[in-house]
Ligand binder design. Structure first.
Ligand code: AMP
Ligand code: MN
Ligand code: MN
Length: 322
């Protein structure tokens, strides 16, 4: 199904013919953004390509992903100005590349690899496959079609993308095809217990304090079947952790059974709020996020709000169908 996509063979040809490539994933990268990018990067290097990989500022690597093959990573300020081939991963629109968005205009060719249905396409070739559970699932098929080496670091990176975007193979995006790819990756050396430990089973102690604060101020709005909470900069300071360590925090909020929709608002700098949305299926939170300037999927989406958390939650609430 992924290999039948009309852009698949063009994507293969762009990757095959390039001698050097610059890779970028979305800002504030998650396991799929990093895993899909580094998986392709390490495989490309194994096939003799010159490769660099990066993501836009803030260039803070989430602690949970330190085990990935990171040798290709360079800070965004050091990224080639006009790459021969610029490949983007898990970015649903060009602005999700942050300060690396400029490379979309300057590169000789741009390949977009993504699975966000809201992606309008912004490359020379757009391999956007909403049926794929993760961008890493698409990358697996590219690497296999190219015959590039799929060794242990590649398999670990791609499997990390699958595990995180499927919620450990429990979300509705988990298809037989996804599980077949996972099987191939474990055969190739991916170690589920190592990935699981780093991503889900190890946090700094301060995270417990932060989670406690966020959970203690959670609000249930039965009329909207909504649960929401706020993460403040003071919480982070008190726990001694950074924003990049809080990716999985919404998973603690969204399990309230009375709610169909969960919202976690994270205070950023200068009156900006990063809003994460999760749905159990009834409500399309991707559409709500798009309407508010962000993006995502039916059941997981987000946007950045310029203003207060009070305004942000009001904007979400008025868009939840009752
Ligand atoms: P998150 O809540 O950050 O885990 O993101 C959930 C989903 O929404 C992912 O697919 C993200 O790519 C997408 N997303 C989150 N924030 C934004 C944003 N500001 N703009 C567009 N898409 C976003
Ligand atoms: Mn992502
Ligand atoms: Mn993804």
């Amino acid at each position: 199904m992924i290999r039948e996509h009309p852009a698949f063979s063009d994507a293969v040809e762009l990757l095959r013919s390039a001698t050097s490539m610059t890779l970028a994933c979305h800002v504030g990268p998650d396991g799929d953004a990093l895993g899909s990018m580094l998986g392709l990067g390490v495989a490309a290097e194994g096939a003799g390509k010159k490769v660099e990989a990066s993501f836009g500022e803030p260039f803070d690597l989430p602690h949970a992903y330190r085990f990935l093959p990171l040798d290709l990573l360079v800070p965004p300020a050091r990224v080639t100005e006009a790459p021969e081939l610029f490949v983007t991963f898990d970015a649903g629109s060009a602005d999700r590349l942050g300060d690396l968005e400029s490379r979309v205009e300057r590169a000789e060719a741009v390949l977009v690899i993504d699975h966000h249905a809201s992606n309008p396409g912004f490359g020379t070739v757009d391999l956007v496959v909403p049926e794929a559970a993760a961008t890493a699932e698409i990358v697996y098929h590219l690497v296999a079609a190219l015959g590039w080496p799929l060794d242990e670091p590649v398999a670990m990176a791609l499997h990390t993308g699958l595990v995180t975007d499927t919620g450990r193979f429990q979300y509705s995006n988990t298809t037989p095809g996804t599980l077949r790819v996972a099987a191939s990756l474990v055969e190739a050396g991916a170690r589920p217990e190592v990935i699981g430990r780093h991503v889900y089973e190890e946090v700094p102690f301060g995270y417990l304090r932060v989670a406690g604060a966020v959970l203690s101020r959670a609000v249930l709005e039965p009329g909207h079947r909504l649960v929401w909470s706020v993460l403040t900069q003071d919480d982070l300071a008190a726990g001694g952790i950074g924003l990049e360590a809080t990716d999985n925090l919404i998973d603690l909020v969204r399990i309230a059974e009375e709610a169909d929709v969960a919202v976690l608002m994270k205070e950023l700098d200068r009156g900006r709020v990063k809003v994460s949305l999760r749905s159990r299926g009834r409500v399309d939170v991707g559409a709500i996020a798009v309407a508010l300037g962000g993006g995502g999927h039916h059941n997981a989406a987000g946007f950045t709000w310029e203003g207060s958390v009070v305004e942000a939650i009001a904007a979400v609430k008025e868009r939840i169908p009752r």
